[in-house]
Design a protein around this ligand. Structure first.
Ligand code: AMP
Length: 387
């Protein structure tokens, strides 16, 4: 087999991989890259970032700083990004300098705008939550034939972990939310009476190859992912439909790299697309410990034009997010967690743990998804944020 993938030369170990964004996703990407012998350059505005702590080259600057972007392009052989709210113009600028960036700015532009993203899905025959781009309650009522509510009003851009969205049960609540989100493009989605939320983390190579991990089953608390179980407990038909959506999204947007589709499972087993993330995803963190090739290593492989790795689950797993609760910055009880032979702990090197901040996660392997989840939830009760 030739190592030469489509879209340029294969980047061999020793090459420098650039990343926009220095959070935990960048950190885990950098650690996967370094395990394979690559070097990493990160552009991030904050000092002492999770990725900056492990990168070889740190450029501390705003994502829109042209001199900094030029420097990132100069030191990197290819560039990726770790979160979709990075300004697409930064990615376009890097592309204009002739630097390979994956996923491309056009995929980023679509996935960072809920209206463009869901329109893309609808136009490509991908089952998606009913939605409309709206400016008023009257418009919403007209679009949904009088049944606009209950629904979710969301800003088209810039929201994450439930920020920039409101559940609206009637016209009055919608009017209040409209006022709160004034100045933003808005999307109104029908409330989906889903049975479960699942996601598929997948990767597309530069040569169009495709690999998907089994769907993960996700439970949220206050809109932040809390527990993710791999594989999701859904029918084989639902799992296949979920992976099909991931493939359609990857091919339709010509994504190169790791990406994720967040999906709703309806009571009849049907699957609808909720959101696309053009990057590794929190619900794929268990692949670090439950698979031979993690979602982060896949991102490295795709960026470098290498063959994609195995997405087979070695064992079922459950991942628990460790989120700050305001109780303090020190995580007590890790000794109890680490005494368990089937638990793996990942902390992101963040100094402060304010309420709602993702500080780390742990993964527990088990004989079955149920067993892994039960043990993970039990082990969590030993952990506590302390001052
Ligand atoms: P999002 O930022 O779009 O992923 O939304 C965050 C969470 O809000 C989702 O994971 C769901 O739990 C819930 N949610 C969002 N949109 C809808 C919807 N249209 N119907 C039902 N629940 C939703």
């Amino acid at each position: 087999m030739s190592l030469k993938g489509a879209g340029g030369k294969t980047l061999l170990p020793g090459s420098v991989l650039g990343i926009l964004g220095g959070g935990q996703l960048g950190r885990m990407f950098a650690m996967a890259a370094k395990r394979l012998g690559y070097r990493v350059a990160v552009l991030e505005p904050a000092p002492d970032s999770p990725c900056g702590q492990v990168a070889d080259i740190v450029i501390q600057a705003d994502y829109t700083d042209e001199a900094a972007l030029r420097r990132l392009a100069a030191v990197s052989d290819a560039v990726t990004y770790e979160f979709e709210n990075v300004d697409a113009r930064a990615v376009e600028f890097l592309e204009s300098l002739g630097k390979p960036v994956h996923p491309s700015s056009s995929a980023l532009r679509i996935t960072q705008d809920r209206i463009l993203e869901k329109t893309f899905a609808r136009e490509n025959g991908i089952p998606v939550t009913p939605f409309a781009s709206v400016r008023s309650a009257d418009e919403a009522r007209a679009v949904f034939h009088g049944e606009a509510f209950p629904g979710f009003l969301k800003t088209a851009r810039g929201g994450y972990d439930g920020k920039g969205q409101a559940r609206v049960g009637n016209g009055e609540e919608a009017a209040r939310a409209w006022a709160d989100f004034k100045g933003h493009d808005l999307i109104l989605e029908k409330l989906v009476p889903f049975e479960k939320e699942i996601s598929v983390v997948a990767c597309r190579g530069r040569d169009g190859s495709f690999a998907a991990y089994p769907p993960a089953e996700n439970a949220h608390v206050r809109n932040i992912l809390d527990v993710s179980v791999l594989p999701a407990r859904v029918s084989a038909a639902s799992a296949a439909a979920a992976v099909k959506i991931a493939r359609q999204v990857g091919e339709g947007l010509s994504i190169v790299g790791t990406f994720c589709v967040e999906l709703f499972v309806l009571p009849d087993g049907e699957i609808w697309l909720n959101e696309i993330a053009p990057r590794p995803h929190n619900s794929g963190h268990a692949t670090l410990d439950a698979c031979l090739c993690s979602q982060f290593e896949q991102q490295v492989r795709a960026l470098c034009g290498l063959p994609l790795g195995s997405t087979a689950l070695l064992r079922p797993a459950a991942m628990v997010n460790l989120v700050g609760d305001g109780g303090g910055d020190r995580l007590a009880g890790v000794d109890v967690l680490l005494a368990d032979p089937e638990a793996a702990l990942h902390l992101y090197g963040k100094k402060h743990a304010p309420r709602g901040r993702k500080m780390g996660h742990f993964t527990v392997l088990g004989e079955t998804a149920d067993a892994a989840e039960a043990k993970a939830r039990a082990l969590r009760s030993n952990l506590k944020w302390e001052a």
